[in-house]
Design a protein around this ligand. Structure first.
Ligand SMILES: *Cc1c(COP(=O)(O)O)cnc(C)c1O
Length: 365
């Protein structure tokens, strides 16, 4: 069977290993997953209650206007409802914007290593990828590469902070870059972890309202999958000017988000204590991962997220991950990104203790 040729070299997104599959394969009882940047505190109890209360509505199609959630998000971000589009994860908004801007004659730009879906969706549109030599966001290189291929580049991704490396540009740097780009080039600010960054350092805080007031060519992306702990319900959104949002709506299929996800999103936004606790726990536990790395003389990238990236010289990251799996701990190997490094999601204090304990033993072998 022949398929469209561009599919032949399409990279495939590699999800974190599944807890049950690892338990079965390695014969370990209590497997912990520190691999997909899920919220360490689990699902908010208020969300659980809301889902239970609304479970009987599963036979109904969702409200396709998604008015309730959009109105709440519009109030939160101080933008208009017409500036919002909701997706099955912000992943879906990345898909929409790719189809809105990219084709076989143009290109997109990103830093050396960033969120894998940018390239996958760009390839669906047969567009070319430009990546800087630097793995992390380097403003100078991004500008140089943009200037060199200005005619071609119609979309730029700034992942602030960056997944899977954890670093984050300052707001001022981001604004400077957007000003540098042409009006016809959309700059996507992927803010999946921006709340974590802003909590650690206010210079990193990105506000959708301010972006809309200053620029016409930006798309702000946020997700409920990380801080709001709804990864399993697939909910995210984009904020942009009406022209961009209207265009994205042309690509969206109806009922793209489930009614239970919409209800859960509302409850998640209301549970401010849960959000606060998530941010506080994450930052104090992140500090422990930094201290552990220093103690073990492991290099790491300063993180503004709910994960941390450790990089190695002599040790092989694949071996380390495999040995940890045998102990029932799943982390993410970054070898497929061409790095001898691992990305570890910050867990609960108890799970982190278990990681430190097992990793120290394995690392000293
Ligand atoms: C997790 C993540 C997303 C979106 O995840 P969804 O679950 O699709 O909302 C987007 N960008 C980055 C960088 C992420 O890490």
């Amino acid at each position: 069977m022949n398929f469209n040729a561009y599919l032949n070299d399409l990279p495939i997104y590699e999800p974190g290993k599944d807890i049950e599959a690892v338990a079965k394969e390695y014969g370990v009882k209590e497997v912990i997953k520190l691999a997909s940047n899920e919220n360490a505190l689990g699902t908010s109890l208020k969300v659980v209650e809301t889902i239970k209360q609304n479970a009987h509505l599963a036979h109904l199609y969702p409200d396709d206007n998604m008015s309730e959630l959009k109105e709440k998000l519009a109030r939160k971000h101080e933008v208009k409802v017409s500036n919002l589009i909701i997706g099955a994860g912000s992943d879906q908004i990345i898909e929409f914007i790719s189809h809105a801007k990219l084709n076989s004659k143009n290109a997109y730009l990103q830093c050396g290593i960033s969120f894998a879906m940018y390239e996958i969706y760009a390839k669906h549109c047969q567009a070319k990828a430009y990546k800087t030599a630097s793995k992390t966001h380097n403003l100078k290189e991004l500008k140089e590469l943009y200037a060199k291929h200005k005619e071609e580049i119609k979309l730029v991704y700034l992942c602030v902070p960056n997944n899977p490396l954890g670093e984050c540009l300052d707001k001022d740097e981001i604004y400077e870059f957007i000003s540098f780009c042409d009006e016809d080039c959309i700059v996507v600010l992927d803010c999946a972890y921006n709340d974590y960054a802003a909590f650690k350092d206010p210079k990193k805080k990105i506000e959708a309202k301010d972006l809309l007031a200053k620029f016409s060519n930006v798309l702000y992306l946020a997700t409920f999958s990380k801080l709001y702990a709804l990864g399993g319900l697939r909910l995210g959104y984009g904020i942009a000017n009406e022209e961009i949002i209207k265009t994205l709506y042309k690509i969206r299929a109806p009922f793209n988000v489930t009614n239970l996800s919409l209800k859960a999103g509302l409850a998640a936004l209301d549970d401010e204590d849960f959000v606060k606790k998530s941010l506080e726990t994450n930052l104090s536990e992140l500090k422990r991962y930094e201290d552990f790395a220093k103690k073990m003389q492991i290099s790491y990238i300063d993180s503004y997220t709910n994960f941390i990236t450790y990089t190695f010289d002599e040790k092989n990251s694949g071996d380390l991950c495999e040995k940890l799996l045998k102990k029932g701990i799943i982390i993410r190997n970054l070898q497929s990104y061409g790095m001898n490094a691992v990305r570890i999601t910050i867990g609960t204090s108890k799970n982190n203790d278990r990681f430190f304990d097992e990793f120290a033993k394995i690392y000293k072998l």
